[in-house]
Design a binder for this molecule. Structure first.
Ligand code: SAH
Ligand code: SF4
Ligand code: F3S
Length: 487
């Protein structure tokens, strides 16, 4: 499925995802905050940090936009259409301000960072602009707006990780949570805007990560997804060259961090995203293989199957390198599901290069893929160096070919699972038939649907898979697993 479709769904869910919460430790002045999130998981995780900072400033979060005093939109710049969607939404809020002049509308996240004052000054769409490293300043910025000023903070930081902030969960009663482990990105893939909107890469203190995972487990969460643009480059107390910063203190790499999180509880599943092919080493694969609760699922974006194209994309690996990493995964973690990201129609893409992507798909047969048409982004290396010269209809035709082939592969991979038994974490009633079916994810990340029974969300069940579609496994529960003893 094209992520644009998936994103629409996620956005609809995101809009409703905000619960009314009173943070009892902080006195409230009764004002209500509504947060809406777009883009990647990191934005969704950040919105919970924002809710926490705002709770300290006396704000209570609401899921009803109609009763909000402050609306914050956490935005994404990854492709042109992601920004367009947010602009449309902001135009709606602008109209609403005519009815409710005291309503404060703020923009957060990557669009805020990219456009800085533009949305404020030129388009007059918002009252407040806060970039991804400026969220601690939000209560002050809102106060500034209250005194009639337009408030902006888009400073990027080399240190900010919000490590000490316990995010306020916006999906009360959920079983799965994101946990940020790094911020920013140092990779400079030529098509990508993220290094400009999120700044330099920095890792979060491992102790605060493990503490957050313990707290989540105690609150009833049974799955954490460790988040970073490139989780494999997580490093604590080490420089990017691997030199130790403080010899008195221990160092931690991603494999070690994952091991620490895996030990929180055998009943806490660990996922992670995103792995980078140039940095994903065997040590990480061995930790995944060793711990039953670290899921056998790796999202390993390839972008293109052509080495020459990967060079233009500045990805730092070749086709052969990627295929070798796939071999390593299959050798070290048998039954590991692998998904990817693919871009169709990047600058100067020839028919041969596109054919290389198709042949790569045939070789790997990923379980799942997010597939995109290239969208040129301002300031990126590609915008400065190359021409966005693949005609729109060629981009579309190539993307369609990729999507059609991926559908076949996803279906084929799922068919291989019919007849197997999968351990599923129950998430809740199924979306399509909530009265009759429950759903949850199998270890390999496949959405699994099964008839309702005497089990509840947060439980682990063994499901015998009886049928499948491209996107879903269907089956029946053959065993309910008792909770594990805490380690
Ligand atoms: N950090 C992750 C990806 C983050 S962005 C990684 O390195 O893999 C998610 C995906 O969006 C990318 O993998 C890429 O496939 C896609 N993407 C990024 N910039 C894009 C652009 N300008 N046009 C189209 N797709 C893009
Ligand atoms: Fe963008 Fe590349 Fe960084 Fe991923 S690794 S966020 S694609 S620059
Ligand atoms: Fe979008 Fe920013 Fe994430 S550009 S994909 S919200 S890091």
């Amino acid at each position: 499925m094209d992520r644009t479709i998936k994103e629409e769904k996620e956005i609809d869910e995101a809009r409703q995802g905000e619960a009314i919460m009173i943070a009892p430790e902080f006195p409230s002045h009764g004002k209500k905050l509504y947060v809406e999130s777009y883009g990647c998981a990191m934005n969704f995780a950040d919105s919970e940090v924002v809710a926490s900072i705002m709770a300290k400033g006396g704000y209570v979060t609401t899921r009803d936009v109609e009763e909000a005093d402050v609306v914050l939109i956490n935005t994404c710049s990854i492709r042109e259409n992601a920004e367009q969607r947010v602009r449309n939404r902001l135009t709606n809020f602008k109209k609403r301000k005519i009815r409710q002049p005291n309503l404060v509308v703020g923009i957060l996240g990557c669009m805020a960072e990219r456009l800085k004052k533009d949305l404020l000054e030129e388009e007059k769409l918002v009252d407040l602009v806060a970039g991804p490293d400026a969220y601690r300043d939000l209560p002050n910025l809102i106060e500034e707006v209250g005194t009639g000023q337009k408030a902006v903070n888009v400073l990027l930081s080399r240190e900010e990780t919000y490590a000490d902030i316990s995010p306020v969960k916006l999906d009360l009663g959920g079983v799965s949570s994101f946990v940020s482990i790094t911020r920013g990105c140092d990779n400079m893939c030529s098509f990508c805007v993220v290094p400009f909107t999120r700044g330099r890469e920095r890792s979060r203190d491992p102790e605060t990560i493990v503490k957050e995972c313990h707290e989540l487990f105690d609150q009833g969460y049974r799955e954490v997804t460790l988040l970073g643009q490139n989780v494999d480059s997580y490093r604590w107390n080490m420089t990017s060259k691997g030199e130790i910063k403080d010899p008195e203190k221990p160092t931690t790499n991603f494999a070690q961090l994952m091991e620490m999180v895996a030990q929180v509880s055998p009943d806490l599943r660990v996922r992670f995203s995103t792995s980078h092919p140039k940095d994903m080493g065997n040590e990480v694969l061995e930790v995944i293989a060793k711990h039953e609760n670290v899921c056998n699922y790796i999202h390993l974006p390839v972008q293109s199957g052509s080495t020459e194209m990967l060079r233009r994309m500045n990805r730092g690996y070749s086709r052969e390198w990627y295929l070798e990493r796939i071999d390593a995964i299959r050798r070290i973690i048998p039954n590991c599901s692998i998904s990817t990201d693919l871009i169709a129609g990047f600058c100067d893409e020839t028919e041969e290069e596109h054919a290389d992507t198709i042949s790569m798909m045939e070789l790997v047969k990923w379980e799942f893929a997010y597939m995109y048409k290239y969208s040129e982004r301002p300031k990126t290396l590609a915008e400065r160096r190359y021409e966005d010269n693949v005609p729109e209809e060629v981009k579309s035709a190539r993307l369609t070919e990729i999507i059609d082939l991926q559908q076949e592969h996803s279906k084929m991979r799922h068919k291989l699972l019919v007849g197997t038994i999968q351990k599923v974490l129950v998430e809740g009633p199924s979306k399509k038939q909530p009265d009759e079916f429950m759903s949850g994810r199998a270890d390999n990340n496949s959405m699994t649907v099964f008839p309702k029974g005497s089990f509840d969300k947060g439980m682990y069940v063994m499901v015998k898979v009886t049928d499948c579609t491209t996107a879903t496994l269907l089956g029946e529960v053959i065993e309910i697993l008792p909770p594990a003893k805490k380690m």
